[in-house]
Ligand binder design. Structure first.
Ligand code: 3AM
Length: 180
């Protein structure tokens, strides 16, 4: 079985901007800068032959390249239930278009439909229980004006998420170019 997801990789300059934010929140497990990405669709654990079906469906996608800007930061969950810090994404019909195509390709390959609404974000950190709400609020307010990009999005990527002793490792399996 392979645990897989489809995502946008980020240019080094954008990763560097996001990596600079990694401070001041006790209880935050920051994403390694190399691993920063924007998930389009979590596929989950699939056998290799099913992953090949997913790959073939993704390979048929024809969608235009576009520019994307990251904007602001936020958190999923509130107070003691805070789970995750993220960087937000400026509204992008082209991103929504691509995500819809990825979703339907994955479903065409035999995977269940994702029922949760697509909330584009780049995970900056996962939060331990002891992450302090005041620190989180300060982080979110202090980085409200974050802006990274615009960056060109000219491909998307099928990743494997391989469990390790600590955090999972993300390995790119295949790139899919967008139309230039
Ligand atoms: O891009 P982010 O970091 O938000 O949280 C996991 C990560 O998302 C998410 O897939 C991305 C790559 O691992 N993920 C992990 N398990 C998941 C699940 N069961 C999941 N998303 C939905 N359902």
């Amino acid at each position: 079985m392979i645990r897989a997801f489809v995502a946008l990789d980020l240019p080094p300059a954008v990763k560097a901007t996001l990596a600079d934010l990694r401070a001041g929140v006790a209880g935050a497990r920051w994403t390694d800068p190399a691993d920063l990405h924007l998930t389009l669709r979590f596929v989950g654990e699939v056998p290799e032959d099913r992953l090949e079906e997913v790959h073939l469906a993704l390979d048929e996608i024809r969608a235009p390249a576009f520019d994307l800007t990251l904007e602001g930061v936020g958190q999923f969950g509130q107070g003691a239930r805070s789970r995750l810090l993220w960087a937000g994404v400026a509204a992008s019909p082209a991103l929504a278009h691509l995500q819809a195509k990825v979703e339907s390709a994955v479903v065409r390959a035999g995977e269940p439909t994702e029922t949760r609404r697509f909330t584009p974000h780049v995970t900056l950190a996962r939060l331990d229980r002891q992450a302090h709400p005041d620190r989180l609020r300060r982080f979110v307010e202090g980085n409200a004006l974050l802006r990274a990009g615009p960056m060109p999005v000219d491909r998307f990527v099928l990743f494997e998420s391989r469990p390790g002793s600590g955090r999972p490792r993300y390995l790119p399996l295949q790139d899919y170019p967008l139309l230039g």
